[in-house]
Design a binder for this molecule. Structure first.
Ligand SMILES: [Zn+2]
Length: 289
């Protein structure tokens, strides 16, 4: 009898907590940081979102994971009455495109053409509703939007994190959003299934470093706002990292030996090498072909 009531009690508690979880509307709250007078970065819920307030409306770079649309819109409403007119997606990943369908249906979505091709394969964008939030406008090498102080330059420099990574530059503000080509200081994710390349990653970054001028402030894909120097250093890090792996391959080392024996300059000491092993596998597979 005692056992029974204890069990019944547990069931009631379980049911109550389930009810409490369901009853509470889960509120996602983004953190907002001012980068310039009309440019903000929103953190939380996946990749960094940039909010650029122009004469004609608000341009949003990346929309985080699913369910964060209102969190982004709430923060925008706190700083401007202007409508969101444009979404730029830096690449296809769910933590950068996930809330596209939660924006007003009038929004124009822009991305690299390879990014669009990848997004079309995502279940999120295969429903009738979802399809409306695929990129409406794409480009191949470079594209500019708006003009004067509102101008935005989109650059594609080649394969890296994916095969359709865009770097978004706000020239008047001297700010760039790098997407996950530079997510944070560390060995990157290389998404081979969406066209990414470990071998080509360094030259893509090098082209960005030499091809973009006048940027001082950088919004990385997933880490704190930093400066152009940090992006240049990341380009050097990837050059040195991939070169070391290629040397290990030439020396006949197994991927395991390569990962264990990696020696990089001291200046990269703070870099997170948690993904080094996975990167070695990607690079080895590319070199074998
Ligand atoms: Zn990504």
């Amino acid at each position: 009898m005692k056992r029974f009531s204890l069990l019944a009690g547990l069931l009631v508690v379980g049911a109550l907590s389930l009810w409490a979880t369901r009853g509470r509307t889960q509120q996602n709250v983004a953190q907002m940081e001012k980068v310039r007078d009309n440019l903000y970065v929103l953190t939380g819920g996946g990749g960094n979102t940039a909010v650029f307030i122009t004469q004609t409306g608000v341009v949003v770079v990346d929309t985080k994971v699913r369910g964060w649309g209102n969190a982004i819109l709430d923060k925008i409403k706190a700083v401007t009455d202007k409508p969101v007119t444009t979404i730029i997606n830096t690449h296809t990943h769910g933590d950068h495109v996930g809330s596209n369908p939660e924006f007003p249906a009038t929004v124009e979505v822009i991305a690299h053409e390879n990014c669009k091709a990848s997004m079309e394969k995502m279940p999120l964008f295969q429903t009738e509703e979802g399809k409306r939030f695929l990129p409406h406008k794409t480009y191949r090498d470079k594209m500019s939007l708006l003009s004067g102080n509102d101008r935005i330059d989109l650059y594609y420099f080649g394969r890296g994190h994916t095969g359709g990574d865009t770097i978004v530059v706000f020239p008047a503000l001297k700010v760039a959003h790098t997407g996950d080509l530079f997510a944070s200081k560390g060995a990157p994710i290389v998404d081979v299934n969406n066209g990414g390349s470990g071998v080509e990653y360094p030259q893509t970054l090098r082209k960005a470093v030499t091809g973009i001028h006048g940027v001082e402030t950088v919004i990385p894909g997933h880490s704190a706002v930093t400066d152009w120097k940090a992006f240049e250093e990341y380009s050097e890090f990837m050059r040195d990292f991939v070169a070391a792996v290629e040397q290990a391959y030439k020396d006949g080392k197994t991927p395991e030996q390569a990962a264990e024996s990696l020696k990089l300059p001291d200046k990269y000491q703070g870099y997170n090498m948690g993904r080094a092993r996975a990167n070695v596998m990607v690079i080895y597979n590319e070199l074998k072909r």
